[in-house]
Design a protein around this ligand. Structure first.
Ligand SMILES: Cc1ncc(C[n+]2csc(CCOP(=O)(O)OP(=O)(O)O)c2C)c(N)n1
Ligand SMILES: [Mg+2]
Length: 580
C-alpha cells in the first residue's frame, strides 16, 4: 500500500469539512495533492484553464451552497493567478480554502525558480495564511484554516511546499466534525432591544433597508414591514432575500439603484438598516434617525451616522421585535412610496418590453426575456459592468433563484467562472451567465471548461462592442469615451468552432426564440446578442455635477466632430435621462 502522505492528510481533512471539489490547474509542486485527490472518493479535481477562474468558481460554490469550497494553484505564478478570485470570495464572505503550493522547502529564500512569498500577497484577501514547513504542522494549520474560513465567512490559505506534501503524514490531528449548518441565535440584549422598540414606536414613518444579512429572513422582514407600514428597500445583495412576495418592496439604492428606495430612505423618520454593509455613504440620508442591525459588530456605523447600533443577527432581531413593537395604522407614507415605486418600475419595464425594431437590441429586453424564460430555481451569474445593471433591475428573485456577481469586489470576468462553480455544485440546475463582451473575453479560456466537463451553462453575452460601463463613467465624469470600443469576433461562431452550440442574435425579433432555444438545449450554449452600446443607466438621483459632466462630455464629442455619436447616445437614453 502506498504511504499515507501529508497530501493525503490534507485531502482527508478537507473531506471531513465538506469539500467536494477542488478547482485549479495541476502542476509540479501541487502534484502530491492532485494525486491524493485522485485517490480519494468524494472529492473531485475540477480542471480550469486559469487559476483565477478556479478561485471564482470556488467562491460561487461556497456562496450558493453555504459549504466550504476549495481551489489550488501551483507554486509561484500558479497560485498568484488565484488572487483576484480570492479577493472576490473573501469580500463576498464566501468560505473558501485555497492551497498555494510552494517551491521545495529547502530552496525558500534563495530566489529559486518560480519563488514567491504567498504569505505576503494573500494577507489582505484572507483571514488566515500560513506556511506549512513540517509534516507535523499540517493537520492543525489546515484545521485552523478551515475554522477561520467558515467561522469568519471568508478565505483561508494554506501554503504547502511540494516536498513537504509528499512526506509521510506525521501529525495526529484533532479530529472533530464540522457542524457547518449551525447558526447561533444572536439576539440583541434586552436593554438594546427595548431602546430599539421605543425608537420604532416613536417614529411615524419607518423604512427598512436590507442587505445580505437578512438571508433566510424573508417572512420576518415582510411581517415587520406589515406591522410598521414600512417600505422595504435593499442593497443588491439583499435583493434575493426580500424582493419577492413582498407588497412593501420599493426597490434598490446605490449607483445602479431603481425604484423608490432612495426616496423611502430619505423621507422617513427612522431608517432601519438590516444586515447591510451597503458601501455608498453618498446615498445615506442625513435627516432621519438611523439604526443599524448587524451580526458583525465591527461594521456598525462605518457607513453612516447612527442613532443606535444593534449587535445581533438581522432575522433574530426582527423576530424579537415583532411581538414588541406597536402596530402602526397610518398608510400614507407607505402608499406614497409604493405609488412612486410602481410608477418608476413601470417606466423601466417599458424599455424592456417595447422593443420595436430597435437595432442594436436593447439589453433590457434580453434581460427581461431571460427573466421570463428562466427556470424557477435558476442561478444567474452576472458580470461586472452593465450586465449587473440589467440583472439588478430585471431579473426577479422568487426565493429559489439566486443571483450572484462580483458585487463587493467589482471584478470583471466573474460571471463565466462563477457559473462553472454553480454548475459543478448543482449539475441539474439551470445556470445562466450574463456576460459582458469585455468580461467574457477576459477569462475566455475557461469557456473551454464547459466543453471539458459538458457543463450545461448558458452563456449569454451582452455584446455591445464596448466596455460600456466605463464609457458611461467617462461621460459622467466629463471625459469623452476613449479606448472603450471593442473589436469582437462572432462569439457564436467561435463557440461552434470549439464544439459548443453557438447562437448569434442580431435582430430584436429573434431574441425570444433564440433565448428559448438556448435554455431548452441540453449541454452548454453560447448566445451572442448584439446589444446597444449606448444603453446607459442613471442612478436614481444624480448630482448636478454629474449632469454637467455628461453635458460636458457630449460637448467634447461634438467639438471632436462626433456629433452623430451624441445624437445616438441621446436617442438611446431618452429613457434614462434624470428625472426631476
Ligand atoms: C478586472 C477589472 N478590470 C477593469 C475593471 C473596470 N471596469 C468595470 S466595468 C468595465 C467594462 C466592462 O465591459 P463589458 O464586460 O463589456 O461590460 P459592459 O459594461 O459593456 O456591459 C471595466 C473595464 C474592473 N472592474 N475589473
Ligand atoms: Mg461590453
Amino acid at each position: 500500500m502506498a504511504k499515507r502522505t501529508v497530501a493525503d492528510q490534507f485531502v482527508e481533512i478537507l473531506l471531513a469539512a465538506g469539500v467536494r471539489h477542488m478547482y485549479g490547474v495541476v502542476g509540479d509542486s501541487l502534484n502530491p495533492v492532485v494525486d491524493a485527490v485522485r485517490r480519494h472518493e468524494g472529492i473531485e479535481w475540477v480542471h480550469v484553464r486559469h487559476e483565477e477562474a478556479g478561485a471564482f468558481a470556488a467562491g460561487a460554490e461556497a456562496q450558493l451552497t453555504g459549504r466550504l469550497a476549495a481551489c489550488a494553484g501551483s507554486c509561484g505564478p500558479g497560485n498568484l493567478h488565484l488572487i483576484n478570485g480570492l479577493y472576490d470570495a473573501h469580500r463576498s464572505m464566501a468560505p473558501v480554502i485555497a492551497l498555494a503550493a510552494q517551491i521545495p522547502s529547502t530552496e525558500i529564500g534563495t530566489s529559486y525558480f518560480q519563488e514567491t512569498t504567498p504569505t505576503l500577497y494573500f494577507q489582505e484577501c484572507s483571514y488566515f495564511c500560513e506556511l506549512v514547513s513540517r509534516p507535523e504542522q499540517l493537520p492543525r494549520v489546515t484545521q485552523i484554516a478551515i475554522q477561520e474560513a467558515i467561522g469568519n465567512d471568508g478565505v483561508a490559505v494554506v501554503v504547502l511546499p511540494g516536498d513537504v506534501a509528499d512526506l509521510p503524514a506525521g501529525g495526529a490531528y484533532l479530529e472533530h466534525s464540522y457542524r457547518l449548518e449551525q447558526q447561533p441565535t444572536a439576539r440583541p440584549s434586552d436593554a438594546v432591544l427595548e431602546e430599539l422598540v421605543q425608537m420604532i414606536d416613536a417614529a411615524r414613518r419607518v423604512t427598512l433597508f436590507c442587505g445580505r444579512g437578512v438571508a433566510g429572513g424573508h417572512d420576518e422582514v415582510v411581517a415587520l414591514a406589515a406591522r410598521l407600514k414600512a417600505p422595504v428597500g435593499y442593497a443588491l445583495r439583499g435583493k434575493d432575500w426580500v424582493a419577492y412576495d413582498n407588497p412593501y418592496e420599493v426597490g434598490m439604492s446605490g449607483l445602479i439603484g431603481y425604484g423608490a428606495c432612495y426616496e423611502a430612505m430619505h423621507e422617513c423618520d427612522l431608517l432601519v438598516l438590516l444586515g447591510t454593509d451597503f458601501p455608498y455613504v453618498q446615498f445615506m440620508p442625513s435627516e432621519p434617525k438611523i439604526v443599524q442591525v448587524d451580526l458583525r459588530r465591527e461594521r456598525l456605523g462605518r457607513r453612516s451616522r447612527l442613532d443606535l447600533g444593534v449587535w445581533g443577527d438581522a432575522r433574530e432581531t426582527v423576530r424579537a421585535l415583532l411581538p414588541r413593537v406597536a402596530e402602526k395604522t397610518d398608510f400614507a407614507f407607505l402608499d406614497k412610496m409604493l405609488r412612486r415605486h410602481h410608477d418608476l418600475v413601470g417606466r423601466l419595464r417599458t424599455y424592456a418590453t417595447e422593443v420595436g425594431d430597435h437595432r442594436p437590441i436593447h439589453p433590457e429586453h434580453v434581460a427581461a426575456t431571460l427573466d421570463e424564460f428562466a427556470a424557477g430555481d435558476a442561478v444567474f451569474t452576472v458580470d461586472t459592468g452593465m450586465s449587473t445593471v440589467w440583472a439588478a433591475r430585471l431579473i426577479n428573485p422568487n426565493g429559489r433563484r439566486r443571483l450572484i456577481g462580483s458585487f463587493v469586489h467589482g471584478s470583471m470576468a466573474n460571471a463565466l467562472p462563477q457559473a462553472i462553480g454553480a454548475q459543478v455544485a448543482y449539475p441539474d440546475r439551470q445556470v445562466i451567465a450574463m456576460c459582458g463582451d469585455g468580461g467574457f473575453a477576459m477569462l475566455m479560456g475557461d469557456f473551454l471548461t464547459l466543453l471539458q466537463y459538458g457543463l450545461p451553462v448558458k452563456v449569454v453575452i451582452f455584446n455591445n462592442g464596448s466596455l460600456g460601463m466605463v464609457a458611461l463613467e467617462m461621460l459622467v465624469a466629463g471625459y469623452p469615451p476613449y479606448q472603450t470600443a471593442l473589436k469582437n469576433p462572432d462569439f457564436a461562431a467561435m463557440a461552434s468552432a470549439a464544439g459548443v452550440k453557438g447562437i448569434r442574435i442580431e435582430d430584436p425579433a429573434d431574441v425570444r426564440d433564440g433565448l428559448r432555444e438556448a435554455l431548452a438545449t441540453d449541454g452548454p450554449v453560447l448566445v451572442d446578442v448584439l446589444t446597444d452600446p449606448n444603453a446607459l443607466s442613471m442612478p436614481p438621483k444624480i448630482k448636478g455635477e454629474q449632469v454637467r459632466g455628461f453635458a460636458l462630455a457630449m460637448t467634447k464629442l461634438v467639438l471632436a466632430g462626433e456629433a452623430d455619436e451624441v445624437v445616438n447616445m441621446a436617442r438611446s437614453n431618452l429613457r434614462n435621462l434624470p428625472r426631476p
